[in-house]
Ligand binder design. Structure first.
Ligand SMILES: *Cc1c(COP(=O)(O)O)cnc(C)c1O
Length: 386
């Protein structure tokens, strides 16, 4: 489907709402029925239409159609957070005694889902180095029901071979799911490689303005319906119509935002790569990335997120650099209009920081929509302080 059609027209039945160009926020919790027969049919199968906004809602439906089409998927569910878009499908797919294979170093709350929450239901997870496809295959047991990927992850940017892993999973009757937040549907299309379910934090590029928390999962209708009927409805993590509307508004500019962010980031990366105080820049398309070939095969581009390592990193040096920034904001999240930074050391006590641990010394930078010279100037003056 043409992306211009998806973002401008798909799902927008304007003659249903006064020919308004912008879709309405259908701010209602419930929907009325004219006959008991109609009511009975709706109650019997909520997947068919509007009954109650914890299930479906017309504003959210427009968004579902667009998000499914962007991933070239049959259907989509939108959630109140990206974490819900990860946890709820996983809970829907698994039962007591099942096992999961998850790649190492996924998003922090994904680790907690597999390590802390799922064991309560008797579900075991094995973490495997994602670049090692043979190790993933070797970890499969008769109980393995799900292979969970995050390619690339959003701190150290390791990628997985999606097509090969999807093939292995299919041969073993295992469902594959990926967190595709880093790339968004514009830069990576996991379904084309045979992945079953694609989750994303819509809080990041899709919303893009640091004002909405939401998530999405896309896939085949039969899988999406299964997730919807029990866990989605029962856990109650639907998105509010107002937030769905903000996402629809954001989607109009997704391609132009990503284009500018990608171009800004590549200029900032170029600056940092030649800076004498920077040891290295980590991102999937980095010339020194061992997985460069695979990354280029699967991904169209990298967007605005990457990490750096300072030369002779110490806690003091990292903190001085971060504290000296004047425009790049220190905050979690990414994907908005504003440039952000998060040093890995902020996630641990000073006593636990180990300067020889290559994950501890990472400083993650997100380049937003500011002019690249503005960001480079800020980095330059902060690097001068160390
Ligand atoms: C932010 C993020 C999430 C969680 O999304 P929320 O919208 O914050 O709940 C999941 N995965 C990745 C890769 C993320 O960056």
């Amino acid at each position: 489907m043409d992306i211009s059609y998806i973002l401008n027209e798909l799902g927008e039945e304007r003659d249903h709402y006064f020919n308004a160009i912008a879709p309405p926020i259908v701010q209602t919790s419930n929907f009325k029925f004219n006959t008991v027969d109609d009511f009975r049919a709706a109650l019997a199968d909520e997947y068919q239409g509007n009954l109650y906004t914890r299930g479906f809602n017309p504003t959210v439906d427009i968004l579902r159609k667009k998000l499914a089409a962007l991933d070239d998927a049959e259907d989509a569910l939108v959630f109140g957070s990206g974490v819900a878009a990860v946890s709820i499908p996983v809970l829907a797919l698994l039962k007591q005694g099942d096992e999961v294979i998850c790649v190492e170093n996924p998003y922090s709350w994904t680790i907690k889902l597999f390590n802390d929450l799922l064991p309560k239901f008797g579900i075991k997870t094995t973490f495997v180095e994602g670049s090692d496809t043979t190790a993933i295959e070797a970890a499969i047991t008769p109980q393995t029901k799900l292979i969970y990927l995050e390619s690339p992850n959003t701190f150290s940017f390791e990628v997985q071979d999606l097509a090969t892993i999807a093939q292995i999973a299919k041969a073993n009757n295992i469902i594959t799911m990926i967190d595709n937040s880093y790339c968004s549907p514009l830069y990576q299309q996991p379904i084309a490689y045979g992945i079953d379910l694609v989750a994303q934090s819509a809080t990041k590029y899709l919303a893009g303005h640091s004002d909405v928390v939401a998530g999405v999962v896309t896939g085949k209708k039969q899988l999406i319906k299964k997730i919807f009927e029990k866990e989605y409805m029962n856990i109650g993590a639907s998105v509010a119509p107002q937030n769905a509307w903000l996402l629809l508004r954001s989607l109009r500019t997704l391609p132009i935002r990503l284009e500018k962010i990608t171009s800004n980031a590549s200029k900032v990366i170029e600056y940092l790569e030649q800076h004498e105080k920077v040891e290295k820049v980590l991102h999937p398309f980095s010339a020194t990335n061992k997985q460069l070939h695979l990354a280029k095969k699967q991904m169209k581009a990298c967007g605005g997120l990457f990490s750096i390592v300072l030369k002779n990193s110490s806690l003091d040096k990292i903190e001085t650099f971060c504290n000296s920034l004047k425009h790049i904001l220190m905050a979690v999240s990414w994907g908005g209009y504003e440039s952000l930074l998060i040093p890995a050391c902020a996630g641990m006590s000073k006593a636990n920081f180990d300067p020889t641990n290559k994950r501890h010394i990472l400083i993650r930078i997100y380049v937003g929509l500011e002019e690249p010279e503005y960001i480079i100037e800020d980095l330059k003056q902060a690097l001068e302080k160390i």
